[in-house]
Design a protein around this ligand. Sequence first.
Ligand SMILES: [Zn+2]
Length: 245
Amino acid sequence: MAVVDTLVPLDNIDSLIRAAEDEIAEGPPAIAEAEEKLRLARGQLERVTSQSSDVSKQIHELEVDIDGISQDIEKTRTHQKQAKSNKEYQIFNDKINADQEKINGIEEKILVLMEQQEESRTSAEKARAAVGDAEKTVAETTESVASRRVELEGQLAGLREQRAAASAAIDPEDLVLYERARKSARGQSALAPLRGTVCGACNVKLPPQTINLVIIGKDIVTCLSCRRILFTDDMSDPRKDEEEQ
Ligand SMILES: [Zn+2]
């Protein structure tokens, strides 16, 4: 058995630990993303609600205007009854007609605003539903992240025990080389298979001397470029590339 074979179980455990830690780290950003969507949905609801109340206020103001003009018309009618001449009567009539025109104009504006009000009501309903959905997503995400975290912490505890056992079986000097290789690989596998005459991880061509040492398998041999520990498997055939060249 090549010395590198003793590192395989440890490397596998470390990859599982890394995956569990990565998944735990993804939790808080997922919650933050859901909370951000909720914040935006609430902002939208606030905007739509305030638009709707602006329109209601405008409608109310126009209705007050109509009331004022209607009262004016009533007064004019009273004066008209006391008109002393046809000409005077006609002047009051013109005033009443002009006021009625004003009311008609305002009523048209109110109709347009009422359509807007209806639209804002629909938008507000949609915005409220969106807030509800976003609140639900925040609650669900928070809960699933929390329960998954408990699961992963449990797995990690088991994996750390396995790791302690696996590393106890490895020569301390080899362990140092392994840790260094793992660090260079930024949390990825510390091991790289030989592929023809190149490193299977970084594809850099290896010197014949290095290839020979890997095949012999007595010592830990690292790739000069990516620093991973090299090993041979069924697909490692150092003659392959030589023949092609
Ligand atoms: Zn390499």
